[in-house]
Ligand binder design. Sequence first.
Ligand code: NAD
Ligand code: IPM
Ligand code: MN
Length: 389
Amino acid sequence: KKTFRIVVLPGDGIGPEVVAEAVRVLETVSAASSDVELKLETYDFGGCAVDKYGIALTEETLQACQQADAILMGAIGGPKWGVNAKVRPEQGLLSLRKALGLYANIRPANFASESLLAHSPLKPAIAQGVNIIVVRELIGGAYFGTRKELGVSPDEDAAWDTMTYSVSEVQRITRVAAQIALAADPPLPIHSVDKANVLASSRLWRKVATETLQNEYPQLKLDHQLVDSASMIIVANPKKLNGVILTENLFGDILSDESSVIPGSLGLLPSASLAGAPSVANYAELTFKTTPGLYEPIHGSAPDIAGQGIANPIGTILSAAMLLRYSLGMDKPAKAIEEAVRKVLDSRDIGGEGLRTADLGGSHKTKDIGDKVVEILKATLMRWLVFWS
Ligand code: NAD
Ligand code: IPM
Ligand code: MN
């Protein structure tokens, strides 16, 4: 039996609540598999680690992550460790991404079920068929450039952050966007988003993205959008951006939250943060097995609803599916999880109303969703076992 080590970082706020459901999903896959065992180990990370150890990312947690096959995270941060705190949980997340070299952040914003159309803030005719995958550069740009905080002396009146990109940083994220585009059939177009009419780093971005795609992936369609207009198109006519949005760290942070609400709720959307070069043997089964990937919903710790058991766990459950697909090469169970989620949301498949948490206007609890996903998944995996034996 092949054993995979998965480090679990529940974090703060609703993090532990949503992670608990995704953990049950992974345990279900592990229990049903005859050739793979998933070993899950939980570590402190984020605000809870700040409270215990004075720092968000301890050496122990970092080492466990470095030695893992993959990492499943909930969310970190909250008002208790606010923007003016000396030690902020968010610093820990940035350090972890940097230490693991997780330069590629994949954030798909598509409808997990057609039945979610009614929950989109956009008119159904505009939202229907939206299928955007944001590929966000994750360890460069303004997040990691030279920075100066406002000093304590009263005559200081400036603080700054610098947005820096190198040619090789843009090349590698462009290649990931290209592999993601090619994993779809037919291949997706790439929309590179920048602010090349103002920023030098964006002019480098546009040049390198264009050259990399022209030289290495001439079969892919590429266009360029300025970030202000792209953010307008996402709410006015998002299907125009169907395909892969390739963009830098800060723009990607903003545009991925913006796109995420089109399919109904921030709580629904997963993400993968990946390092190393993607394997290109078979685009349809794209994997990143060489270094541990980190998988988390795109939302935060949602302090306004934490502790009530009402958070939507679907973004985290779908992150577990991405984990199986990209880090463990287990595409089939990943698809089974996605299918189970669709059934849970889609009333037609389970008879009567689909399950909905409060963010989608329903009254189902976090655990109700987890229960139902596990039940449907178990049935699918059992069918496979019977079929195989
Ligand atoms: P947030 O994403 O935590 O919440 C925004 C809104 O969406 C809230 O109303 C919240 O209730 C709702 N929401 C989010 N996830 C939900 C879910 N699964 N189910 C139902 N509703 C959900 O953003 P915020 O309030 O701006 O940030 C709170 C904290 O989280 C901050 O400290 C921030 O830095 C941190 N944060 C962490 C991560 C991360 O860990 N990767 C990501 C974003 C924000
Ligand atoms: C995200 C979050 C993080 C980011 C914060 C918490 C550092 O907003 O994962 O999108 O800005 O990258
Ligand atoms: Mn964000």
